[in-house]
Design a protein around this ligand. Structure first.
Ligand code: EPZ
Length: 447
C-alpha cells in the first residue's frame, strides 16, 4: 500500500495507491481451451454509473461491478471528493453515498491515471453548478480530446476556463449559482464520453435537451437505465437521438451493470484462436453482432446457443482472410481490433485491418511481429499476412486491449511468452489469467 498526500483546494487529502508490483504473465502456448467462462460486468458502463451516482444526495447501490483497477481508481476519485463508498469485492457491489461530498474537484493524479474520471464533470456541474477537473491528456492509443464535452456544456449554459491543466466549469451567473438549461446539442462525432457526460448533465437541467449524432453503444443505454431508475426522464438512449427532460432532483437507486461485451469478445477471440468446446456465458449476442458476423466470415465455428451464451468449437475448414474496419457502434468495435488482428496473423492469405476511431491503436503490432507475425502498418491500415505459427517471446502490454492481444498470441504461440506491464490488463479485465487458466491455458502471474 503506498500512501501519497495530495492537496485539493488547499486541503490535504490522503490518496491511497495500491502497490502494483511489477507483475508479469508467463504463458506456455499450444494448449487447447475448453469449458465454460462467465463474463463480468462491463467496465465501460460501471465507471459511468459510479460517476452518475453524484447526481443524487442519497445512496445508490451498483451490482455486478467488475473488481478491476479502474473501478478502484474511480472509488478513489469519489472518496477524494468526500463521497462515502463501500466495496463488497465478493458480492461485486458498491454502495455510494454522495451526501457527504465536500469538493467538486477531480485531481490530476487521478485523471492522469484514468481518463474516465473526466465523466464526473457533467454530474458535478448539474448538481453543484461547478466542477474543477484535470484535463485527461492523451494516452497510448491517441490524443483523446474532450472538446465535444466542453462544447456541449457551453450549449447547456455553462462557462469554462482552462488554467494550470484544469478545466474550471461553472453555471454561476450574476445571481449566483445558476442551473443548466436544456438545449439542442449536435455532436460532430458520436463520442461515447461526450454523450455520457452531457446526458448526465442534462438530467438535472431546466427543460428539454436533445443530443443528436449521439453514441449508440449498449453501455449508453445502460447508463440511461440507471439514470431513469434514479428518477431521470431519458428516452432514445442506444439510438443516435437522445431526449432528456430535466428534473429537479434525482434519488438513490439500485442497479445491475450489464455484461462486458468487450471481455466477451476477447474470450470468443481466444476460443477462435485455440479453443474447442468453449462456452462463453453472459455474452450478449446482439451487443456483438458485427464482431460475430466477421468471425463467421473468417469461418470460425461459432454458435449462439441462446441470446446470452456463445459456443466456439474447432473449425471444420481452414480460416479465410478478411478485411475489417473499426467504426463507432454498431460498427466493428475498436476495442476488439487488437484481438481479431491476432486471430488473422494465423490465417493464410492477406487480411487488412483498418482503425478509424483512434489514431494510434497498432502499438501492439511490433510485439506480435517479435513473435513471428507478418504485419505491416500503412497509415491507419494493418496489412496482415498469415503465418503458419507464432513463437513465444518476451513482450509488453502497451494498453488494456493491446495487452489482451499479446496474451492471446502467447496462448497460440509455440514455447513461452512473458508479458510485462500487465497492470494495463488488470485495469479492465477481472481475473483475466484465472479465467484463462479455468479454460485450460497454462498461464501464471509472477512478481
Ligand atoms: C470510450 O472512450 C471507451 N472508454 C474506450 O474504451 C473506447 O475505445 C471508446 O469509447 C470508443 O468506443 C470508456 O468508456 C472508459 P470517444 P471515449 O469519446 O469515451 C475523439 C477500453 O479499452 N474525441 O468515443 O474516450 C477521441 O480522441 C477503452 O476500454 C474527440 O476528439 O471514446 C477518440 O479519437 C479504450 N473529442 C474518438 O473521438 C471529444 O470531445 C473516440 O472517443 C471526444 C472524443
Amino acid at each position: 500500500m503506498v500512501l501519497n498526500l495530495t492537496y485539493v483546494n488547499g486541503k490535504k487529502y490522503r490518496v491511497v495507491y495500491r502497490l502494483i508490483l511489477v507483475e508479469r504473465f508467463i504463458i506456455k502456448g499450444g494448449r487447447t481451451l475448453s469449458g465454460r467462462v462467465s463474463i463480468s460486468g462491463a467496465k465501460n458502463s460501471a465507471l459511468k454509473l459510479m460517476a452518475a451516482s453524484l447526481l443524487s444526495g442519497s445512496e445508490t447501490t451498483i451490482r455486478n461491478v467488475p473488481m478491476i483497477e479502474d473501478v478502484y481508481t474511480m472509488v478513489e476519485v469519489l472518496k477524494t471528493m468526500g463521497v462515502k463508498v463501500s466495496i463488497d469485492t465478493t458480492g461485486k457491489t458498491l454502495k455510494i453515498h454522495p451526501g457527504s461530498i465536500k469538493s467538486q474537484e477531480a485531481p490530476y493524479e487521478m485523471v492522469r491515471k484514468m481518463r474516465a474520471s473526466v465523466l464526473v464533470t457533467g454530474p458535478l456541474l448539474a448538481r453543484f453548478g461547478r466542477a474543477r477537473v484535470a484535463i485527461p491528456g492523451g494516452c497510448n492509443i491517441g490524443s483523446r480530446g474532450i472538446d465535444l464535452h466542453l462544447k456541449g456544456f457551453e450549449v447547456l449554459g455553462a462557462k469554462y476556463g482552462i488554467e494550470h491543466g484544469y478545466i474550471n466549469c461553472s453555471t454561476e451567473n450574476k445571481m449566483g449559482h445558476g442551473r443548466l438549461k436544456g438545449a439542442d446539442i449536435n455532436l460532430d462525432f458520436p463520442s461515447r464520453g461526450a454523450t455520457e457526460n452531457l446526458m448526465m448533465a442534462a438530467a438535472l437541467a431546466h427543460g428539454r435537451t436533445t443530443i443528436t449524432n449521439a453514441a449508440r453503444e449498449p453501455e449508453i443505454a445502460d447508463l440511461a437505465g440507471f439514470l431513469n431508475r434514479m428518477g431521470a426522464c431519458i428516452s432514445g438512449a442506444g439510438t443516435d437521438t437522445i431526449t432528456i427532460e430535466g428534473v429537479e432532483t434525482l434519488h438513490g437507486a439500485e442497479y445491475e451493470v450489464m455484461p462486458d461485451s468487450i471481455e466477451a469478445g476477447t474470450f470468443i477471440a481466444a476460443a477462435s484462436i485455440c479453443g474447442n468446446g468453449v462456452i462463453i456465458e453472459n455474452a450478449v449476442r446482439h451487443n456483438l453482432e458485427v464482431f460475430y458476423l466477421k468471425l463467421k466470415e473468417i469461418g470460425v465455428n461459432i454458435d449462439a446457443a441462446n441470446e446470452n451464451t456463445i459456443r466456439v468449437d474447432r473449425p471444420e475448414a481452414d480460416y479465410r482472410p478478411i478485411n475489417v474496419s473499426t467504426l463507432p457502434y454498431p460498427g466493428f468495435p475498436t476495442d476488439l481490433q487488437p484481438v481479431i488482428t491476432v486471430l488473422l496473423t494465423l490465417v493464410q492469405g492477406v487480411s487488412i485491418v483498418t482503425e478509424n476511431v483512434f489514431e494510434n491503436r497498432f502499438m501492439y503490432v511490433d510485439e506480435l511481429n517479435r513473435m513471428g507475425a507478418n504485419i505491416k502498418i500503412e497509415g491507419h491500415h494493418a496489412v496482415v499476412k498469415g503465418v503458419r505459427k507464432l513463437s513465444g517471446a518476451p513482450v509488453r502490454a502497451f494498453d488494456l486491449r493491446a495487452g489482451a492481444a499479446v496474451v492471446l498470441a502467447g496462448l497460440a504461440a509455440e514455447g513461452t511468452t512473458e508479458v510485462s506491464d500487465i497492470y494495463h490488463i488488470q485495469r479492465g479485465y477481472e481475473n483475466f489469467d484465472l479465467k484463462l487458466k479455468g479454460l485450460g491455458a497454462d498461464i501464471s502471474m509472477t512478481g
